[in-house]
Design a binder for this molecule. Structure first.
Ligand SMILES: Nc1ncnc2c1ncn2[C@@H]1O[C@H](COP(=O)(O)OP(=O)(O)OP(=O)(O)O)[C@@H](O)[C@H]1O
Ligand SMILES: [Mg+2]
Length: 443
């Protein structure tokens, strides 16, 4: 599932890396923010409780002090008795407002009441305005009015560095998530890469069987699977090789018997059939071998000389093969395998078109290209891929004249894969087929 739902505008990221990172980062950031606000709330709550208790004692002693002072000295004490959230006013204050109904004001008013109300009867009223504010009115023992003007504040303002710390925490959290997700998805990437490189020669890189337990177990299972596949392939090849080997003797015996047959026309037909059986058996074993890759090690070769020799051999055999262009440098390739691939392509051109043309060049990306061209019937677009499959032969080539087993291109494709080269078939302008082989050149 790549999206949450097809109609939803929210897209679930496609990679496992992004999904895990998203879940972890969002989850942890939410949890972190939630706990930050809970801590702040708890801190404000205990600060307010502390301040309420403090106001109760402070106000009680300040009122007692003012009461004991001679009236003319009281005014000069007022600034010293004022605090961040309240001050004293000598006078009746503003008594127009209603009883305070805000929770904080009520708590402070109650606490002031608890400190002084048993000695000084008091009234409390809110003062309307932009900030929460209320006044407590009372009379000192000489009858003079005193007002406590209070602007209650909850908790303590946040320090300037706190948001910075929170941001830093979120950054550390993000980095940890990134690391953890990378650690979790890295082995998957390596596994996919190893499975991708498992080519026809079944010689993929072995995964290191180390690291966390789950990863090591997966790597072990992958390596074991790779070994099993190799073993099955080897067995298949051995069976094919054994059958071929054992078939050769009865075929040879049959040929000898056919040679001494009286009926010449039947004998010729049987000889033809036996020849086809022999070539089928030979090609079969070659295909089985190439399935296992080529055992031949790549060597630095002069491809121009190799192709020229091949062309000379064809000309000597009376075939029409032309060569143009050159590579002009060395190639790293297994020579026998390369010869076999080019040979199979040239054989096809000769078989289906009567003649072949080899064009050699170097592409802009530095790859050497060997094209085998002909002006024969070509291959229909829809069969260009299918003819690479083993034993696939097109209708018009299924006649006795052309012969063949349908393994030539399958073998060529297997060998090119093992050589890390590419082999493709293309239509030619004006009819015919181009088989294009592209190989890496050496530096
Ligand atoms: N140059 C070509 N022109 C036309 N058709 C071709 C050409 N090359 C290949 N084909 C078609 O592709 C089919 C498969 O080719 P492939 O070389 O694999 O087998 P084959 O030539 O039939 O037998 P062999 O195993 O002897 O090579 C052929 O049977 C033929 O129909
Ligand atoms: Mg062929």
């Amino acid at each position: 599932m790549s999206t949450v739902s097809s109609s939803s505008p929210l897209h679930w990221p496609r990679t496992l890396f992004a999904r895990l990172a998203l879940i972890l980062v969002v989850g942890l950031a939410l949890a972190q923010t939630f706990s930050f606000f809970l801590t702040m709330r708890e801190r404000d709550e205990s600060m307010t409780n502390m301040m309420v208790g403090y106001v109760e004692r402070e106000v009680a002693s300040s009122v007692a002090l003012l009461d004991h002072l001679p009236p003319e000295e009281r005014a000069q004490w007022l600034p010293r008795l004022a605090r961040r959230s309240y001050e004293f006013i000598l006078g009746p204050g503003d008594q127009t407002g209603a009883k305070p109904d805000a929770e904080l004001s009520e708590r402070f008013a109650n606490s002031i009441g608890a400190g002084i109300a048993n000695r000084y009867p008091m009234t409390v009223n809110a003062v309307p305005g932009p900030r929460e504010r209320f006044q407590v009115h009372l009379k000192l023992s000489d009858g003079s009015p005193l007002t406590i003007d209070m602007r209650p504040v909850a908790g303590m303002p946040m320090s300037g560095w706190l948001p910075l710390v929170l941001t830093l925490q979120l950054i550390v959290l993000g980095a940890c998530c990134w690391l953890a997700v990378r650690l979790a998805t890295g082995p998957l990437k390596r596994l996919a890469k190893a499975a991708d490189t498992l080519g026809p020669d079944l010689k993929a890189e072995r995964l290191p069987e180390s690291g966390p337990e789950e990863v090591a177990r997966a790597a072990k299972a992958f390596n074991a699977m790779q070994d099993r596949v190799s073993m099955y392939m080897a067995q298949r090849m051995q069976i094919l090789a054994a059958i071929t080997h054992d078939l050769q003797t009865p075929i040879t015996r049959m040929r000898l018997r056919v040679d001494v047959m009286d009926d010449e026309s039947t004998g010729a037909k049987l000889q033809q059939d036996l020849k086809e059986m022999e070539s089928l058996v030979k090609e079969g074993v070659t295909y089985a071998r190439t399935l296992h890759g080529t055992n031949e090690a790549p060597r630095r070769i002069d491809a121009d000389a190799l192709i020229e020799t091949m062309v000379d051999d064809y000309l000597d055999a009376g075939q029409s093969v032309r060569l143009s262009g050159n590579i002009g440098g060395a190639l790293m390739a297994p020579p026998q395998a390369l010869k076999r691939v080019i040979g199979n392509l040239v054989d096809n051109a000769i078989k289906y078109a009567g003649e072949a043309e080899i064009e050699v060049s170097t592409r802009d990306d530095g790859r050497a290209v060997i094209s085998v061209l002909d002006r024969g019937p070509g291959i229909p677009e829809e069969s260009l891929d299918a003819v690479f499959e083993p034993f696939v032969r097109l209708e018009d080539s299924r006649n006795r004249q052309t012969g063949g087993t349908g393994l030539g291109l399958a073998i060529a494709r297997q060998l090119t894969l093992a050589m890390d080269a590419s082999l493709t078939l293309h239509h030619r302008e004006g009819g015919g087929l181009e088989a294009r082989l592209a190989l890496k050149k050496t530096a």
